[in-house]
Design a protein around this ligand. Structure first.
Ligand SMILES: Cc1cc2nc3c(=O)[nH]c(=O)nc-3n(C[C@H](O)[C@H](O)[C@H](O)COP(=O)(O)OP(=O)(O)OC[C@H]3O[C@@H](n4cnc5c(N)ncnc54)[C@H](O)[C@@H]3O)c2cc1C
Length: 467
């Protein structure tokens, strides 16, 4: 099992979305890549049931895919979503556009299809080996050795450089942090969200068509909880209920509802009848799917350092798992790969004195401030999605922000647009967004309709806030 001690071999733990893209990036740079993935090959076995079947791909994630020349293929897997379609029972569904220009859309894509495609592209380079059903149990840094479990047997793999793309529960992260726990700047925060999720499905109609507008991300906001639905190419929608894991009381009030109050068909039906009566008839096999599909937990991970000596670095969710409410976890992980693509020399140009330790530290330096920022924005966005989208004040601020952007695009871009459609660092988007909040709050003290906003007032505010 031990890889021969040749130069320029990089070992990856985890062949998920980030691991597969990273393998391809490294292979194109001339490195030999060995990927150890705990699950079977998802191109041969369906392992997706009930676990984030589709996701939103946006500009940050698209950039490295484009740079690698993959977008012609990937475009066929995409469904553009131009805004949030907000569903409130008894009212006409209302589309809140994400942006003002045609290109300001995000894309629904199947996790399994994208992951499988990236694996295949990586393999086609002839430089990447995926070792499926190889679970990393631990890392022995004294021997530069991965301890793996394969078909019940313990085996070892010697590595030169290790990159941990093994997701939110990363054993590589745990091993790195263990080595570094004496450091002053050490951080190991895992914040479990007290809301969990469950996936359901709306099947295509009898003609194979979508039963709802397919070019939108649908939301049924209900204050303390919500349902969202993203379109799939086969005419179905993946539907996700986000709800507190545990409630405080008997769950009689909307704010107390939780997964712990949905334990049988009667409770489940009552819940859907009360809060999602228009959606309920569209959901396929509600009772069976609800009680069969797993409840997913959500967490934010902030840690440092991301690396150990010149031996190992973590990336993607392993370094910075975030809650999914800004649709940025994968996009942020793909940005990590983009930075590796930009900064790592080609294998053929790598000198024997290349300083891996410094390289790993540079990656963390550039990425951590930004992944921390998107982690915070993702938490904020949950409240926006499940509650604010229904409020007049929120809509007024959004309309005003669009107007200011139209008049002064160089001075003002709404935070959502900065995160989803631009490449400016997340930290900068976060900081500018804080200033925008103050500006919009000030503005909305004096107007109650976006029509009342004049260019003169907008200029004064932009000057006041030095934008
Ligand atoms: C409900 C939900 C919705 C989401 N929606 C979006 C969205 O719309 N847009 C977006 O950008 N992001 C979204 N995300 C986030 C996105 O799924 C993650 O950020 C992304 O999957 C991270 O990729 P990764 O490769 O770092 O980790 P993972 O995708 O978790 O991949 C890790 C891989 O490592 C493997 N692995 C784990 N442990 C081991 C081990 N011990 N040994 C070997 N292999 C191991 C796993 O099997 C897996 O293949 C969503 C997440 C959830 C939960």
């Amino acid at each position: 099992m031990n890889a021969p001690q040749k130069n320029k071999i990089i070992t990856l733990a985890g062949g998920g979305l980030v691991g597969s893209l990273l393998a391809l990036v490294l292979a194109k740079k001339g490195y030999q890549v060995e990927v150890f993935e705990s699950r079977p090959d998802l191109r041969k076995v369906d392992i997706s049931a009930g676990k984030s079947i589709n996701l939103a791909l946006a500009n940050r994630g698209i950039k490295p895919l484009k740079d690698l020349g993959l977008m012609n293929d990937i475009e066929k897997m995409l469904i553009p979503m131009r805004g949030r379609m907000v569903h409130i029972d008894g009212q006409q569904a209302n589309l809140q556009a994400y942006g003002q220009q045609a290109h300001e859309v995000i894309y629904s894509i199947s996790r399994g299809e994208l992951n499988g495609y990236l694996m295949t592209q990586a393999e086609l380079t002839g430089k990447v080996n995926f070792h499926f059903e190889h679970r990393v149990a631990d890392v022995d840094f004294s021997q530069n050795q991965l301890n793996l479990v394969h078909q019940g047997e313990n085996i070892n793999h010697h590595f030169q450089q290790l990159m941990g793309t093994d997701g939110a529960n990363s054993p590589v992260r745990k091993a790195i942090l263990k080595q570094n726990s004496h450091l002053v700047q050490y951080q190991n925060e895992e914040q479990l969200l007290d809301h969990s999720y469950k996936e359901l499905v709306i099947k295509a109609d009898k003609n194979g068509k979508h039963k709802l507008d397919k070019n939108a991300l649908h939301i049924w906001p209900r204050g303390n909880f919500m349902i969202i639905a993203l379109p799939n190419l086969d005419g179905s929608f993946t539907v996700t209920l986000f709800l507190p894991a545990k409630g405080l009381s008997a769950g009689l009030h909307q704010n107390d509802m939780s997964f712990s109050h949905l334990l049988n068909n009667e409770q489940l039906n009552k819940f859907f009848d009360e809060y999602f009566s228009e959606l309920k008839p569209l959901i396929y096999n509600l009772e069976d799917d609800f009680f069969t599909n797993p409840i997913g937990r959500l967490a934010t991970i902030k840690c440092t350092p991301w690396s150990f000596a010149d031996k190992a670095l973590i990336l993607g969710d392993a370094a910075h798992a975030i809650v999914p409410f800004h649709g940025q976890g994968m996009n942020c992980g793909f940005e990590d790969c983009d930075l590796i693509n930009q900064l790592l020399p080609k294998a053929s140009e790598l000198n024997s004195d290349f300083n891996w330790q410094q390289f790993f530290q540079t990656i963390e330096q550039q990425r951590k401030v930004n992944s921390d920022a998107i982690a915070d924005m993702a938490i904020e966005n949950y409240i926006e999605m499940r509650s604010s989208v229904m409020q007049k004040d929120y809509l007024l601020k959004k309309q005003c922000a669009f107007k200011i952007q139209q008049w002064f695009p160089k001075r003002f871009s709404p935070r959502y647009a900065m995160v989803m459609f631009e490449h400016r660092p997340y930290k900068e988007a976060f900081e500018l967004g804080e200033i925008h909040k103050k500006l919009l709050a000030k503005l909305c003290e004096t107007i109650d309709d976006a029509q009342q906003l004049t260019k003169e007032v907008a200029i004064k505010l932009l000057d006041k806030y030095q934008l």
